[in-house]
Ligand binder design. Sequence first.
Ligand SMILES: Cc1cc2nc3c(=O)[nH]c(=O)nc-3n(C[C@H](O)[C@H](O)[C@H](O)COP(=O)(O)O)c2cc1C
Length: 263
Amino acid sequence: MSDSQTIKNVHIVLAHPEAKSFNAQLSHTSQRVLGAGGCKATLSDLYAMDFDPREGPQHYSSRKDSEVFHAQTEQRYNADNATIPGDVNLEVEHLLDCDLLVVHFPLWWFGMPAILKGWMDRVFVYGKMYRSVMRYDAGICSGNKMIACVTTGASEDSCSYNGREGDTQLHLWPLLFPFRYLGFDVLEPEVFHGVGGVAFVEGHEIGLSALDTYSSRWTETLETIASRPLVQYNRDTDYDDTKRLLPDAPVYSPFIRQNPDAV
Ligand SMILES: Cc1cc2nc3c(=O)[nH]c(=O)nc-3n(C[C@H](O)[C@H](O)[C@H](O)COP(=O)(O)O)c2cc1C
């Protein structure tokens, strides 16, 4: 691929229970396209790995407080003592190694599947992946890119700014913000709308032709990833000491705005 000089290590995360799904097939496209041209491409197929998305005491044999489970306390304690749970540690290593993170998921109830949310809850380890002085512009993944490849069942029209489903770009903002929190340069997400049932089964000609179309579009995106625009976020210097936006700072999203009444 043309960006192989800049991107050497790619990590792909897939959150879908079905190997014949659009999402699984698109993740194969990621592996194939990014794997070509010398990139190392690794995959975390969360369902296939049976990744446990539930953060909780069951994962910690070593505890700072054995009476009361407080997730950030135990994450920090185990990060400091190099005793992060093994399944989490593997994911952390992938995140720290990769120049490009690709996350594939279907939109489920206007959010991400629970397994992916739980992956973030456990893998974005306090003390290892972020601290008060190590987040946003100073995040541990600064300089590395991430892109989400998302499918929706609803049509492009109904997911647009004035569509009945609500603007998918706005729904995605809080889902992608944790990656910005870790310091990633978040690329504009790829969203494939109107994706129906099973994609990759003989007899599902409509699904197969849509998959061909989307797979080609996704291939093109991956091959031109170096010129993909970034989602714009305020810089750390755009905030005052109370962490409120400075009056002359730019506004990039309705989630962080100058005028609270702006619609
Ligand atoms: C639990 C669940 C919730 C869903 N919520 C939404 C939704 O909020 N918006 C939407 O457009 N489609 C929704 N869908 C449809 C899926 O997004 C769609 O089936 C998927 O993107 C198709 O890709 P796949 O073949 O990889 O599963 C939902 C599906 C499920 C199973």
